[in-house]
Design a protein around this ligand. Structure first.
Ligand code: C2O
Ligand code: CU
Ligand code: CU
Length: 503
């Protein structure tokens, strides 16, 4: 009897301790301030379709088009730009100004446009009160110019990378990459598009009028507080699966309208979100054509009516609106959540051509592979790892030779995590978008099958779902120290990143 009582007491005590521990954890994760209102009726991801939301008085808004950054030199074959990394105020919700970050402005950044072969110089000035970096995601440049965690720019300091554009036309992007700070700085607004054009893209019969029928689209999700702020506060689930917002912004606007003509339009879409993937489609099922993936044009345009983009992935799509009339509307969606309205404001003589044949891609051959490497993404929350390791700035994980074709086998074993199915209720089954710096690679196999047609072009980020494995062929031409990592920024910040040295 006495013995039983002792055991019972011990059991009760340990339960109390356990509950206390988790309570502490939770309050720690939401510390420094009010809870964000993720249960309010503004939460579009839990909202019933059609339940109208009175909490956000939505601004009457047309899609903001970021400015094209001015090239400061007239010299042929050269380009020079200035980027100021700065604090700003942005009115996402009418009547409320959020504290944000931006390049040359309050939020997001201008579109940088360069030509293949250009010698580019960029004057980056950090006007923040903390260090930052500017990484050119998808660009093939040497390590010192890459803007990774080793190229930190202190407050009030500058950084002037110079490089030559040495890759085909593509829609790339730029964003900060400070160790442990990427998630917050990107979330606050630091992201911009980086276009490369070349003779091929200029000759191709596709829309090219910037902001008119060639539309930049940065898609990001946010979680607003009652007073319209976007604090970056991680809860326990955020640390597990990445920070997902409840409201999607298109170039910084909630559910904007884009006025177009009834012609073919081109959308250059960047999933600039910290952790959310999207399933883009048009409400009326309108078919569209993907013409480019991360690293440039596909070989053929791929007809589809759904496009899935993981964080950091890009796609260019063409939509033929020639069957619509003035006054018609199309609703651009993520699964069944409205993102943006396309309004046919004008009828014109525009094109209704969708080119079928696009770029010529030289496919790597498996028999040329010199070396094979494996990358296993596993763990959960703050314990995410690649090959069992977390990022260490002083450790080089892989040594690579320039010009050698390699096979990289990337797997996500989170599903077989012992914590997975059982007590954590599948919380560990996180997809991991795998990104490699300084290159564009070719996906040759997903789970033993050929990749989808829109994944058969140049890629720098590839989604690896639970228990999936992806084989890719990759080659590096630029020397230096680079990163590979999960592009769920909370995973990257937690250390799901490794370094490789190309020599
Ligand atoms: Cu988009 Cu290592 O980054
Ligand atoms: Cu990158
Ligand atoms: Cu991840």
């Amino acid at each position: 009897m006495k013995k039983n009582l002792k055991w019972l007491l011990l059991l009760v005590l340990s339960i109390v301790l356990l509950i206390g521990y988790f309570a502490l954890q939770t309050s720690f994760f939401v510390m420094n301030g009010e809870e964000t209102k993720n249960n309010s009726n503004q939460n579009q991801f839990e909202q019933e379709e059609g339940s109208n939301d009175e909490m956000i008085s939505q601004k009457e808004n047309s899609l903001p088009i970021p400015p094209l950054l001015e090239n400061e030199t007239q010299e042929e074959g050269k380009a020079e730009f200035t980027l100021n990394v700065q604090h700003g105020k942005t009115e996402f919700l009418e009547g409320y100004e959020a504290d944000t970050l931006g390049y040359n402005g309050d939020y997001l950044g201008p579109v940088i446009q360069v030509k293949r072969g250009d010698d580019v110089k960029i004057n980056v000035k950090n006007e923040l009160d903390e260090a930052t970096t500017v990484h050119w995601h998808g660009l093939e440049v040497i390590g010192e110019m890459d803007g990774g965690p080793h190229q930190g720019i202190d407050p009030n300091d500058s950084w002037t990378p110079e490089f030559t554009i040495d890759q085909p036309a593509a829609t790339l992007w730029y964003h900060p990459h400070s160790l442990g700070k990427t998630g917050e700085q990107v979330y606050k607004g630091l992201a911009g598009l980086f276009y490369i054009e070349d003779e091929f893209s200029e000759a191709l019969d596709i829309p090219k009028e910037y902001g008119i029928n060639d539309i930049p689209l940065v898609v990001q999700d946010k979680r607003f507080t009652e007073d319209g702020q976007i604090p970056y506060r991680l809860t326990m689930p955020d640390r597990m699966n990445g920070f997902k917002g409840d409201t999607v912004l298109m170039n910084g606007a909630i559910h904007p309208q884009l006025n177009v003509k009834n012609e073919v339009i081109r959308l250059r879409i960047l999933n600039g979100s910290n952790a959310r993937s999207y399933d883009f489609n048009f409400e009326d099922g309108t078919e569209f054509y993907q013409i480019a993936s991360d690293g440039g044009f596909l070989e053929e345009s791929v007809p589809m009516n759904h496009l899935v983009l993981a964080p950091a992935e890009r796609a260019e799509i063409l939509v033929d609106l020639s069957d619509y009339k003035q006054g018609d509307e199309l609703h651009f969606k993520d699964a069944n959540h409205e993102l943006m309205t396309l309004y046919i404001a004008d009828e014109g003589e525009g094109s209704s051509e969708i080119p079928e044949e696009l770029a010529e891609i030289e496919h790597y051959k498996e028999e040329d592979v010199v070396r094979s490497r494996e990358f296993v993404m596993s763990g959960m929350g703050p314990m995410v790892t690649i090959n069992g390791k977390q990022m260490d700035m002083d450790r080089i994980d892989e040594y690579v030779n320039t010009g050698e074709l390699e096979e990289w086998i990337v797997t996500n074993d989170s599903g077989s995590n012992p914590m997975g199915g059982g007590m954590m209720g599948g919380m560990a089954s996180t997809p991991h978008p795998f990104h490699v710096h300084a290159t564009q690679f070719q996906v040759i196999e997903r789970n033993g099958e050929e990749p989808a047609p829109n994944e058969s072009g140049w890629k720098d980020t590839v989604m690896i779902h639970e228990d999936e494995n992806v084989r890719l062929l990759v080659k590096f031409e630029k020397e230096g120290l680079f990163m590979y990592h999960c592009h769920i920024l909370e995973h990257e910040d937690a250390g799901m990143m490794g370094q490789f040295l190309v020599e």
